[in-house]
Design a protein around this ligand. Structure first.
Ligand SMILES: *[C@@H]1O[C@H](CO)[C@@H](O)[C@H](O)[C@H]1NC(C)=O
Ligand SMILES: *[C@@H]1O[C@H](CO)[C@@H](O)[C@H](O)[C@H]1NC(C)=O
Ligand SMILES: *[C@@H]1O[C@H](CO)[C@@H](O)[C@H](O)[C@H]1NC(C)=O
Ligand SMILES: *[C@@H]1O[C@H](CO)[C@@H](O)[C@H](O)[C@H]1NC(C)=O
Ligand SMILES: *[C@@H]1O[C@H](CO)[C@@H](O)[C@H](O)[C@H]1NC(C)=O
Ligand SMILES: *[C@@H]1O[C@H](CO)[C@@H](O)[C@H](O)[C@H]1NC(C)=O
Ligand SMILES: *[C@@H]1O[C@H](CO)[C@@H](O)[C@H](O)[C@H]1NC(C)=O
Ligand SMILES: *[C@@H]1O[C@H](CO)[C@@H](O)[C@H](O)[C@H]1NC(C)=O
Length: 690
C-alpha cells in the first residue's frame, strides 16, 4: 500500500504531511554507480544527468532503461513546483500506449537482496487534471496499485526482493483507470542479513518506515546517513507522545538491520507513565490477496542513562497476544523485534506497555511495517528471454514487446505463443513474425529458442542464408521462410530434417535461393561475402553422407568435386574487393569458441589441424581452421599464411575473413565454401605452408 492508501489511517496522515512539507531528500546514479545504486529521473530529456542537492547522488535520465519509443516525456505544471520539491519530480514519463510498459534494471547479482523504489508525482503534467490509478509489477509479479489521489503530493512504492536474475523489470500496467506515469526509479543493494523474511518466493512491500521522535519533523533520514538509502520518515505525536533523544553514538554494531544512528538517537515514550504506546492499522485488501500478511519491525535503544533504582521494562502485545518475555534495554544498545511469520488478521493493534515493576514508560525508536508480495509467478525461461530480447533489438520490433515475453499470460507478447506447464517457467513455442517488415539476415538467436515448434518469418525482407543451426531445434515442425530475399542453398542439417519428415520448410518466393526448382542467380542484395552455392540437392545429400570419408581420404586437388559445387553465375570477385580479406578481422579465442559453438562440428582435417563449421554474429557461415597443438607450424609461418591470404584474392582461393592469435591459440577463419572447394583449400594452403 502506498502512502495515499495509508492516508486513511490517522497516524499515516501525518506522514503524508511530513513528506509534503519537506519534498524529501534523495540520492543515486546510472545503471549501477560505484555503490551499486541505480537512480533514474524518469522524464529527464536525452541522456541528461545531475547531482541531487539532498543526497549528492547522481540521477540519470531513463534512456537505456526503457525502449526509447515507449511513452513520452512531460513536465509537470509549474503550479506544483514548490521550492523544496526534488528535481526528479519536475518531469515524468507517461505511457498512453500499451497495456504494460517496463523499465529494465541491469547488472544486478542474481540471488541478492535489493530495495526497489518508484516515485510518482502527477502535477497535472497532461493538463487534464485526471488522477490515474494503475498497477505496478515487479517482473511478472504484482507489486502494488498506485492511486494518485492528490496532484501535488509524492507517492512512493518500495519493494524489498531477492532477484532471481541479473536484472529486474519494473512494469507500469494500465488497468483502464488512467494513463500510467512515473517520476523516478531507484534501486539499492541490501545486505542479505537485512529483512530475513525476504526470499525468492516472498518479497516485502513497504507500508511505512518511521523515525520516531526527531526534533525536526521535516528531517528525512536517507543516504548518506543510511548507506543503503532507506527513507526514514520523521514522525511524532505531541498529544500523546514525548520525544527523547541523545547525541551519544548508539551502538549499532550488532544490529542486523543497521538502522542509521541518526534514526536510533531519537525515540518516543508515552507522556504519562501509566499509558502505553499503541499502534493500530487496518489491512488493505490487494487485488490478488484480499487478506495480505504483514510484517512489523520495531527498533529499540535505551537513550537515557537510568539511575540504579529506575527500571524500564515493557511488554509487547499484538492483538492481545504477548509477543515475548518482558523487554529491558541496554543503555545505547540496539534491539529489534519482528515477526518471522506474517500476521494475517482483520485488524491490528500493537500495544507496548510498561510492566508492573517498571518505573519508566516504554520507548520506541523506529518502526517499519511491510505487507507481503508474492513472488511465486514464474517468468519465461531465461534463455528464451535473452534470445527474444536479441531478436527484438535486431529487428526493431515495435509491437509493444515489453516485460516478460510469456508472463503473465494475459500480457504475453503479441505474435508469440508460449507453453505453460506447472512448476516450470513458460517456454516460447511459436514465433510468428510474418509480414512484420523484418530486414537483414535471420537472427542466429532463433536457434536458441529451444522449445520452438513453429517459426513463421514469411513475407519479410530477410536476406542472407538460411541458418543450419535452426535444424538443431528439436521440436521445430514448421519453418516458413517464404516471401523473402534469402540466398544460398538449403543447408544440409535442414535437408536432413525435411527428409526424415520432422520439419516442414516453406521457402518459395525467395528468388535468390538455390533449390532444385530454382537455378541460382546472383544475389541482388550485395551480400558482404560472396556465397558459394551448393550443388543441386541430390548431390549435396550425397556429399553430406560421404563427406567425412571424403575429407579423410582426399588429400589432393579434386577438380571433379569442385565442379559439383556451383557458384552463382556471373559472380565476379574483384581482387580489390575491400569488403573481403583486406580488412582482416582479429578474433579472440573466446570468439572462436562462440563462432564454432565450442568446436562442435568438424568439417575436415588438414595437416596442421581440424577445420570446424561455424557462424559469425551476422549468420555468415565460416570454416575455422585451428592449429593443433601437435602441429609444427610455428607462429611465424602462421602469420605468414595470414599475410599471404589477405593479399591474395584469387578466384580459386577462399577468402580469409580473419584470424585468431590469442596466447597459444591460433586459428584462421575462412569464408565457408562447399565441401570440395574447402578441402581443396586446406590442401592448397598447406602446400603453401610447406
Ligand atoms: C521541460 O522543461 C525543460 C526546461 O525546464 C525543457 O528543456 C524541456 O524541453 C521540457 N520538456 C517538455 C517535454 O516540455
Ligand atoms: C483511490 O483513492 C481514492 C481516494 O483515496 C479512493 O476514493 C479510490 O477508491 C481509490 N481507487 C482505487 C482504485 O483504489
Ligand atoms: C497519568 O494519567 C492518569 C489518568 O489519565 C492520571 O491519573 C495520572 O495522574 C497521570 N500521571 C502522570 C504522571 O501524569
Ligand atoms: C488495543 O489493545 C489494547 C489491549 O491490548 C486495548 O486496551 C486497546 O483498546 C486496543 N486499541 C484499539 C484501538 O483497538
Ligand atoms: C517484580 O519484581 C519482583 C521483585 O524483583 C519479582 O518478584 C516479580 O516477579 C516482578 N514482577 C513481574 C511481573 O515481573
Ligand atoms: C502467422 O500469422 C499469419 C497471419 O498473421 C497466419 O496467416 C499464419 O498462418 C501464421 N503462421 C503460423 C505458423 O501459425
Ligand atoms: C521490402 O523492402 C522494399 C524496399 O526496401 C519495400 O518496398 C517492400 O515493401 C519490402 N517488402 C516487405 C515484404 O516488407
Ligand atoms: C508468391 O508470390 C506471388 C506473387 O507475389 C503470390 O501470388 C504467391 O501467393 C506467393 N506465394 C507464397 C507461397 O507466398
Amino acid at each position: 500500500m502506498e502512502q495515499s492508501t495509508a492516508a486513511s489511517r490517522p497516524w499515516l496522515l501525518l506522514l503524508c504531511l511530513a513528506v509534503a512539507a519537506t519534498g524529501g531528500v534523495l540520492q543515486a546514479r546510472a545503471q549501477l554507480d560505484s555503490k551499486g545504486f541505480i537512480s533514474v529521473d524518469c522524464g529527464l530529456p536525452g541522456k541528461a544527468s545531475y547531482v541531487d542537492g539532498g543526497t549528492k547522488l547522481s540521477y540519470v535520465s531513463d534512456a537505456g532503461f526503457i525502449d526509447d519509443t515507449a511513452g513520452a516525456n512531460q513536465n509537470i505544471s509549474g503550479q506544483y513546483i514548490r521550492p523544496q520539491l526534488s528535481r526528479r519530480y519536475h518531469d515524468v514519463r507517461s505511457f498512453p500506449d500499451g497495456t504494460r510498459n517496463c523499465y529494465t534494471l541491469r547488472s544486478l547479482v542474481s540471488g541478492r537482496k535489493y530495495l526497489v523504489r518508484a516515485a510518482f508525482l502527477y502535477g497535472d503534467y497532461d493538463g487534464l487534471g485526471r488522477l490515474p490509478v494503475f498497477d505496478l509489477h515487479l517482473g511478472v509479479n504484482y507489486w502494488q496499485t498506485v492511486n494518485v489521489s492528490t496532484p501535488g503530493f509524492e507517492v512512493t512504492a518500495e519493494a524489498i526482493v531477492v532477484v532471481p536474475d541479473d536484472f529486474v523489470q519494473v512494469c507500469l500496467v494500465n488497468t483502464g483507470a488512467g494513463t500510467p506515469f512515473i517520476s523516478a526509479l531507484e534501486l539499492r543493494p541490501l545486505k542479505m542479513k537485512f529483512y530475513p523474511q525476504v526470499n525468492l518466493m516472498q518479497g516485502l512491500v513497504l507500508d511505512v518506515r518511521l523515525n520516531l521522535g526527531p526534533a525536526d519533523l521535516t528531517d528525512i533520514v536517507r543516504y548518506p546517513e543510511d548507506p543503503h538509502d532507506r527513507v526514514w520518515i520523521p514522525w511524532a505525536d505531541p498529544k500523546e507522545w514525548m520525544e527523547i533523544s541523545t547525541t551519544k553514538q548508539v551502538d549499532s554494531e550488532y544490529d542486523d538491520f543497521e538502522v542509521p544512528t541518526a534514526v536510533m538517537q531519537t525515540a518516543v515514550t508515552p507522556l504519562n507513565a501509566s499509558m502505553k504506546l499503541e499502534i493500530t492499522w487496518d489491512p488493505v485488501p490487494q487485488p490478488h490477496d484480499l487478506s495480505p500478511g504483514y510484517f512489523i519491525i520495531m527498533h529499540f535503544s535505551e537513550l537515557q542513562l537510568l539511575p540504579s533504582n529506575a527500571l524500564r521494562e515493557f511488554d509487547i502485545n499484538i492483538n492481545g497476544v504477548r509477543l515475548s518475555e518482558a523487554i529491558r534495554l541496554v543503555y545505547l544498545g540496539v534491539g529489534v523485534i519482528f515477526n518471522e511469520k506474517p500476521y494475517q488478521d482483520g485488524n491490528y493493534n500493537i500495544s507496548i506497555k510498561a510492566t508492573a515493576n517498571s518505573t519508566l514508560p516504554p520507548i520506541l525508536n523506529a518502526l517499519e511495517l511491510f505487507s507481503i508480495m508474492s513472488m511465486t509467478n514464474f517468468g519465461t525461461d531465461s534463455r528464451d528471454v535473452s534470445a527474444m530480447t536479441t531478436i527484438k533489438t535486431k529487428y526493431h520490433v515495435e509491437k509493444n514487446w515489453m516485460g516478460d515475453p510469456c508472463a503473465p499470460k494475459t500480457m504475453a507478447w503479441e505474435k508469440l505463443m508460449c507453453s505453460y506447464d506447472t512448476g516450470i517457467p513458460p517456454r516460447i513455442r511459436s514465433v510468428n513474425l510474418s509480414s512484420s517488415g523484418l530486414n537483414g539476415d535471420i537472427s542466429p538467436s532463433f536457434a536458441d529458442l529451444k522449445a520452438l515448434q513453429h517459426l513463421d518469418l514469411s513475407n519479410n525482407n530477410l536476406t542472407g542464408t538460411i541458418l543450419d543451426t535452426l535444424s538443431q531445434l528439436p521440436l521445430l515442425k514448421i519453418l516458413d521462410l517464404s516471401g523473402n530475399q534469402l540466398s544460398g542453398s538449403i543447408p544440409s542439417g535442414i535437408l536432413k530434417r525435411i527428409q526424415d519428415g520432422s520439419l516442414n520448410l516453406r521457402y518459395d518466393n525467395n528468388s535468390n535461393l538455390c533449390t532444385n526448382a530454382n537455378s541460382c542467380r546472383p544475389a541482388k542484395m550485395k551480400s558482404k561475402l560472396p556465397i558459394y552455392v551448393g550443388a543441386p540437392i541430390v548431390i549435396i545429400v550425397v556429399i553430406v553422407s560421404v563427406a567425412l570419408t571424403l575429407f579423410c581420404l582426399l588429400r589432393r586437388k579434386t577438380p571433379g568435386l569442385m565442379k559439383n559445387s556451383v557458384k552463382p553465375q556471373n559472380e565476379t570477385r574483384n581482387d580489390g574487393d575491400t569488403s573481403l580479406g583486406l580488412e582482416t578481422r582479429r578474433f579472440t579465442y573466446n570468439e572462436i569458441e562462440r563462432i564454432t559453438n565450442n568446436l562442435q562440428q568438424v568439417l575436415g582435417k588438414g595437416g596442421f589441424g581440424y577445420v570446424y563449421d561455424g557462424f559469425l554474429e551476422d549468420g555468415t557461415q565460416v570454416a575455422v581452421k585451428i592449429r593443433s597443438e601437435s602441429s609444427n607450424q610455428g607462429d611465424k609461418e602462421f602469420l605468414a599464411e595470414v599475410q599471404i591470404l589477405t593479399r591474395i584474392h584469387h578466384k580459386n582461393l577462399v577468402s580469409l575473413i580473419g584470424f585468431c592469435k590469442d596466447g597459444v591459440h591460433m586459428a584462421l577463419v575462412y569464408e565457408f565454401m562447399s565441401e570440395g572447394t574447402l578441402q581443396d583449400h586446406i590442401e592448397e594452403t598447406e602446400m603453401q605452408d610447406a
